[in-house]
Structure formats: C-alpha cells, structure tokens
Design a protein around this ligand. Structure first.
Ligand code: NDP
Ligand code: 8G0
Length: 453
C-alpha cells in the first residue's frame, strides 16, 4: 500500500479502534483504490478518502417497547447516513441481536459503492437494531417496529433517506414501519422500499437480489464462454436472498445442492427442485421454522448441525462448480475458501454482504477463482428498490416483465463496468478491484464537484 493510503487506514484504526468488520471493509476497499494513486492524485490531495470513510451523520437511539407479558423491554436503534453525493441515503434495516456500530458501519460503507454501481441516483446508508425477531409474537414485532419508527421518522423522508429491509426485516416489518411513519407524518409517500404491492411496492423486489445475483454470475460465465446451465451450486442461507437465488438457478438449468441457517446445513445431493424450494419457502416465510425440518420431508438429504464455533463449515466442503454465500458476513473463512477451491468451485458470487473474510479473499485471488464481491453481485436488490422509488414518484406500477428486464440490464451493465475497470486499473477478472474502483470514481467525482463535501 502507498504510504498516503496506509495513513488513511491507520487514522481510521486510531479513531474507531473497536470496529473489526468496518476495518475489514475499509481495508479491502483501500487495497483496491491503492492502484489509483498515480492516476488520480486528486483523491489523495483533497482528502476524499478520509471523507468517504466518515459517515455524514450517525443516529443512535433508544427503542423502548412492552412485550406480551407486560414487561418493559429496551433495544438500541441505529441509522448511518453514510454518503449523499449521488442521491438520498438508501439502504436496508437489519434486526438481529448481533447488530452493532461496527457491523452497520461496514454495511453503510459498502452500500455507497454498491449504489453507485447500479447507475441509479442513490446515496448510501444502513440501519437497524439489536432486536431479535426470533420467537417474538406478531404483536411484539409490531410494537417494536412502531417504537423504532417513532424515532427514525424524524430522520428519514422520501427525498432524504429511504430505508428498506435486510436480515430480520421482511414484508411484515416494512408494513408495520410504513404504517407508523404515515401516522406520525400524515403523509403517504415512498419513504420505505420493499412495501406490499397494495401500498406502493414493486413487482420483482422480493426476487431482485437473488435473481440479480444469478444474472450477474451468468454474465461472468458468458464472459468465459460458459453458462450456469448444468452447474452444481452451493447456496448458504435460507432467507430472502437464498430462496430467489435457488429459484433463478433452477430457471437457468443449474443444480442447487444446499441451504443453511444459523443452526445447521442441509446438503441434498439429489438437488433442490421446485417442490423442495416451495417447501423451504413455506417453512421459512410462513411457519418461520428451522431448516432441520427439511430432512423430515426429504429424508435422503443430509443435515449437519452447527454451533458456529467450528473451525470450518461443512457447507463449503461440498463438490461443486459455483458457490453463492447468501447468509451472513464472514461465513467463509480461510479454511472454507481452501475447501471450496479444492472441491472444484471456480466461481464465487456473494449474495450476502462481505461473507468472505480478508484471508478467504486472498485464497480466491491466488487460485484465480472468479470471485464477485457482494457490492457488485447483490446490487440487484437495491437497484429494484431504486426502481420502486421511481414508480412511487410517478405514482405508477410497472409490470413484472418490465422490472425484470431492467434488473437484468442493470446487472449486465455492472458486469461490463467492473470488468472494464479491472482491465484498466488492475488485472483481468479482478472484480474486487473493478467494483471498488468503478463504484468509487463516480462518488469521488460527485463529492469533488459539490465542493469536497
Ligand atoms: P433473511 O433474514 O431473509 O435471511 C438470512 C438467512 O441467513 C437466514 O436463513 C438466517 O438463518 C441465515 N443466517 C443468519 N446468520 C447466520 C449464521 N451465523 N450462520 C448461518 N446462517 C445464518 O435475510 P436476507 O436473505 O435478506 O439477507 C441475507 C444476506 O444478504 C445479508 O448479508 C444481507 O445483508 C444481504 N443482502 C440482502 C439483500 C436483500 O434484498 N434482502 C440485498 C443485498 C444483500 P436464521 O433463520 O437461523 O437466522
Ligand atoms: O432495498 C434496499 O435498499 C436494500 C435492502 C436490503 C439490503 C440491501 C443491500 O444492498 O445490502 C439493500
């Protein structure tokens, strides 16, 4: 790393010493941007990098609520408004007990470059709470969402900051949040995306991240004169992104083999077909059950229980061609990456945000794996959220075919832009450098034009 870039990194470590996930995201980014120093000295001279790391605004608030037993509960809520150079802050809300400032800062930071890559006019942000929706009643989730929005509503708006779902925040939660915003502001507006179809939601938004991931992976494979058809695919997670990733793999003739949740892993050598996918969707979205139940319905599959403290994850130790991590950050460590490479996986496209550790990423680089980082690979979700905003502004709903075609077009454009940036500034097929550089240059140019703010 050039010494100017290294000092940006060291200053950040000194300022925010206890944020390992944020450090990791910044390190990967600075490593890519390092190759720009000679070409773009302005970014160093005008301290654009120091500014881009610093959120424009961070809001942390108390979320008091009362559970079904009448007991007082309290959680911590956050919204990080990272960068508005390209448009209003845009990014999801995560409800998970692990949520803290480090995790949300890494997510908000990555969101800025991802949104830039979509080509749509959106800045970046992220938020959420350390609330655990698991085991909570509908009523408790509603009470929590209403209290959370009572404070958040003061800081967001359709032209300021437009949140959406993320882990633990799906259609049900967005509905409750939207209802509370409306009561407080007396305004029916597109302040959230991922809404129900009857109140301003977009067709294809639930499918968008998973579909987009496979559109991009297939575009990368086409660049290698190959296709996803017939490929054995490993998918982790079993939530929104994993489900529609599996659906699109099936539509394009690939073979999905696995799913997971935080308690364990399913490996189904016979392949997950449409019938099994419907079972998973009903289990996760309607019953809110655990994937261990899959083997009761399909006993030839294998279930491996996990505590999370194992040295490696069995899911990445499966013979396959392509891997799509769609669960959580840092779910592929160095050993997992070695297993993937040894098992024949030659393409890894990230549905989740930062699912591969820094060391894992180095293994893929050495092995020349076609590795597509989350900020490019999973950008389809926020892209269709951007399309939902457009539809809300013009008070129209576009057809499924129209939104899907636009999504495909956006993902193919991302492939083109990140490969061109890789060829120009780094090495062929280094999609990490390509995504960071292409995403960054547009944001930096806008910041400079707006007076270095
Ligand atoms: P969901 O809440 O719908 O699903 C999350 C899935 O990940 C669940 O199956 C969950 O299992 C599993 N999971 C969580 N923690 C772990 C763990 N430690 N080990 C194994 N599995 C785990 O979330 P999404 O599908 O929306 O999000 C998944 C990822 O994709 C996140 O990284 C998110 O930021 C990213 N993403 C999402 C987008 C979207 O549009 N939804 C867009 C772009 C990125 P369990 O039921 O046990 O919690
Ligand atoms: O729609 C969104 O803005 C959104 C929701 C959930 C996750 C993400 C992401 O890009 O990580 C975006």
């Amino acid at each position: 790393m050039h010494k100017e870039i290294e000092s940006v990194y060291n200053n950040m470590l000194q300022k925010d010493p206890n944020q390992p996930e944020f450090h990791q995201a910044v390190k990967v980014f600075l490593n890519s941007v390092d190759s720009l120093v000679a070409d773009e000295p302005k970014i160093i001279y005008h301290k654009i990098l120091d500014r881009i790391i610093e959120p424009e605004r961070t809001i942390i608030f108390r979320v008091p609520w009362i559970d079904d037993n009448g007991k007082l509960q309290i959680n911590r809520g956050f919204r990080i408004q990272q960068n508005s150079a390209l448009g209003p802050y845009k990014g999801g809300l995560r409800f998970h007990p692990s949520v803290n400032l480090s995790i949300l800062r890494f997510l908000a930071f990555e969101q800025v470059f991802k949104n830039s890559l979509t080509g749509l006019p959106m800045g970046g942000g992220k938020g959420g709470a350390d609330f655990n929706p698991k085991g909570k009643s509908d009523n408790e989730v509603m009470k929590f969402c209403q209290s959370f929005m009572t404070e958040l509503s003061k800081h967001i708006g359709p032209n300021t900051d437009i949140p959406a779902g993320d882990m633990g925040v799906g259609g049900r939660e967005i509905g409750y949040l939207f209802g509370q915003y409306k009561r407080i502001q007396n305004e029916v507006t597109g302040v959230l995306t991922g809404k129900g179809l009857s109140f301003g939601g977009s067709l294809i938004r639930p499918e968008a991240t998973g579909y987009g991931l496979i559109y991009l992976a297939d575009a990368v494979l086409h660049g290698e004169k190959d296709t996803i058809k017939g490929k054995r695919c490993i998918i982790s997670g079993s939530g929104n992104v994993a489900q529609y990733t599996i659906q699109k793999i099936l539509q394009l003739g690939g073979i999905p083999l696995t799913i997971s949740d935080s308690n364990g892993v399913i490996i189904d050598e016979a392949g997950i077909n449409e019938e099994k996918l419907s079972f998973i969707m009903n289990l996760k979205n309607v019953k809110r059950g655990r994937i261990s139940e899959y083997i009761k319905a399909f006993p030839t599959a294998k279930y491996v229980a996990r505590t999370g403290s194992e040295e490696y994850n069995e899911i990445w130790n499966t013979n396959a061609d392509c891997a799509f991590p769609c669960a959580v950050q840092n779910e592929i460590n160095e050993l997992d990456a070695k297993h993937l490479v040894a098992n024949g996986v030659f393409l890894v496209a990230e549905g989740a945000n930062m699912p591969t550790t820094f060391e894992g990423q180095q293994i893929f680089k050495k092995a020349n794996t076609l590795y597509i980082p989350g900020k490019a690979a999973n950008a389809g979700g926020v892209a269709v959220s951007g399309l939902e905003m457009s539809q809300n502004s013009e008070r129209l709903s576009w057809t499924k075919e129209n939104v899907d075609a636009k999504l495909k077009d956006i993902m193919e454009n991302i492939y083109k832009n990140i490969s061109e940036a890789a060829d120009q500034y780094s090495t062929h097929n280094n999609f990490t450098d390509g995504a960071n550089i292409a995403g960054f240059l547009k944001v930096a140019e806008a910041m400079i034009a707006q007076g270095y703010v």
